[in-house]
Write a protein of this length. Sequence first.
Length: 217
Amino acid sequence: MYTSIIEELNKTDITLVAVSKTKPLEKILEIYNQGQRIFGENRVQEMVEKQEALPKDIQWHQIGQLQRNKVKYIAPFVALIHSVDSRRLLEEINKQAAKNERVIDVLLQVKIAEEDSKAGWNEEEIFQFLIDENWKPLVNIRICGLMGMATFTSDENQVKEEFRNLKNIFDKLKTQHFKHDDSFKHLSMGMSGDYQLAIEQGSNMVRIGSLIFGSRQ
Ligand SMILES: *Cc1c(COP(=O)(O)O)cnc(C)c1O
């Protein structure tokens, strides 16, 4: 099962983030040995422990909600933070990146689902934030695109609509704010249950856990 999805996506330009949260080191190594190098985690402590134990050419992506006081633990190594949902978090990432003398790539998380439990900015907030240009002095972060999660529902049309909405926001931001910025290029949307719909709607980065590793308890 897992082999086929890695192979399937390898034939495309779509980046696969293998979501390894809760999964043990041996399982991750198994997938690593099939060539996969990008892994996603949502808990800081867990990511730090796995990063220390596993091969150093793994690129670790933070995909879940991130508390500001924990940024310092992943700042030395994290490759991409998908879940930036506030200006204050962005500022903290910038500060910790500077301490580590590096630039950290981030995505802005957009709230496209109807559930209140899902984090993120709404469209208006993002545009306001970018227009203010207060983020421009944050030279130790690089805004590389957007991330979103669709509503957990069996209604495919709703999921499709939410992904389409996120793609539209991405395209608008690209032309209005990042036209000459090649690093603004990632649209992270789609998980095990909805990645095909997400790709149809223009996703170029999918975060897939249970389809690769089996279900989580
Ligand atoms: C857990 C998680 C995933 C992967 O979920 P699966 O349904 O197992 O593919 C993707 N994105 C985020 C933000 C997650 O927390």
